[in-house]
Design a binder for this molecule. Structure first.
Ligand code: 13P
Ligand code: SF4
Length: 303
């Protein structure tokens, strides 16, 4: 089926089934076209929490759809490909975190939303790239176990010297592969360009950036900036978002593709709508504990 036919069938089914499509900034351009909202992890969680639609089709990776289900348990949450996971989220398990908590009994536990429901259930509060510093700053505890991203955790620690951040050995392969040499080369070709880096990037990349921002923060920065050339150190799909939101600005990506994000395609979205596949389920006991952590994140985030 042609993309245009797939899109019109998706639009029609969305209306008849009262479904909303939420998509992450790293999704494919054709997914942007059928989405009702495209945003970062925090914005998507807020949309999922507030929507009145009966069905949420989540175009992103599994932990995002799972968070949507936890925040809005009455809704049917579907992910078009159940295998769209996040390798970073898989780097921490509930059992390994329980063991760490025993070593640091006085520490607060903060989970990046890139984690499973079972891990979130073991934590005091969640955070995203958009609010990680704010959340950690507002916690009364000085000592914080931060899972699973060591780069994001290290960036939080750099910004909050008053806290002791206990890092976890986890990272995102997309951001870890961003090379300093590639940035320096790109700078030679585009000397006026401003470098923006996602906090999941390694320190040596963050140190070269004008600003360290999550994907939502990058969008705001670019829109408000008088500059018109940018080098973007995050997953390459972000360029689509920046290009669609601006005029006469130029962007070059320093990052590669997240294979899991790209598993979501138009035929799979249509299948999802037609067959109500694949439904996200979280057992209620785990969901209740994980919800506390996600809701505390919402309470602590200034909007
Ligand atoms: P954002 O919340 O900044 O969109 O990041 C999500 C993510 O998975 C980055 O790799
Ligand atoms: Fe996970 Fe990295 Fe993909 Fe983000 S870009 S979803 S952190 S693997």
């Amino acid at each position: 089926m042609k993309d245009s036919d797939l899109k019109s069938r998706i639009e029609k089914l969305k209306r008849t089934k009262d479904a909303i499509i939420l998509a992450h900034n790293y999704q494919l351009p054709e997914i942007y076209d059928v989405a009702d909202f495209v945003g970062d992890s925090f914005e998507l969680a807020m949309k999922a929490r507030e929507t009145q639609a009966k069905i949420i089709i989540f175009c992103g990776v599994h932990f995002m759809a799972e968070s949507a289900k936890i925040l809005n348990p009455e809704k049917k949450v579907l992910i078009p490909d159940l295998n769209a996971g996040c390798f970073l989220a898989d780097m921490v398990t509930a059992e390994s975190l329980q063991a760490k908590k025993k070593t640091f009994p006085a520490a607060a536990v903060v989970a990046y939303v890139n984690s499973s429901a079972a891990v979130k259930a073991e934590t005091d509060v969640c955070c995203t790239s958009a609010n990680a510093i704010e959340i950690c700053r507002k916690l009364p505890e000085r000592q914080i176990i931060f899972v699973p991203d060591e780069n994001l955790g290290e960036w939080v620690a750099e910004n909050l010297p008053e806290k002791e951040i206990i890092l976890w050995a986890g990272n995102c392969y997309v951001h870890s592969k961003i090379l300093v040499e590639k940035i320096q080369e790109a700078q030679k070709s585009h000397p006026q360009a401003i470098i923006l880096a996602h906090p999941e990037s390694p320190k040596k990349v963050r140190d070269l950036a004008e600003k360290v921002l999550g994907t939502g923060g990058m969008l705001k920065f670019v829109k408000n900036s008088t500059a018109d050339e940018f080098l973007i150190a995050t997953e390459s799909g972000m360029l689509e978002k920046l290009k669609r939101a601006t005029q006469n600005k130029k962007f070059w990506s320093l990052g590669g593709e997240c294979l899991n994000m790209k598993k979501i395609t138009l035929p799979k979205v249509l299948n999802s709508l037609e067959k109500d596949e694949y439904e996200i389920k979280v057992d209620e006991k785990t969901a209740q504990k994980a919800r506390r952590s996600l809701e505390r994140m919402v309470e602590l985030t200034e909007r």
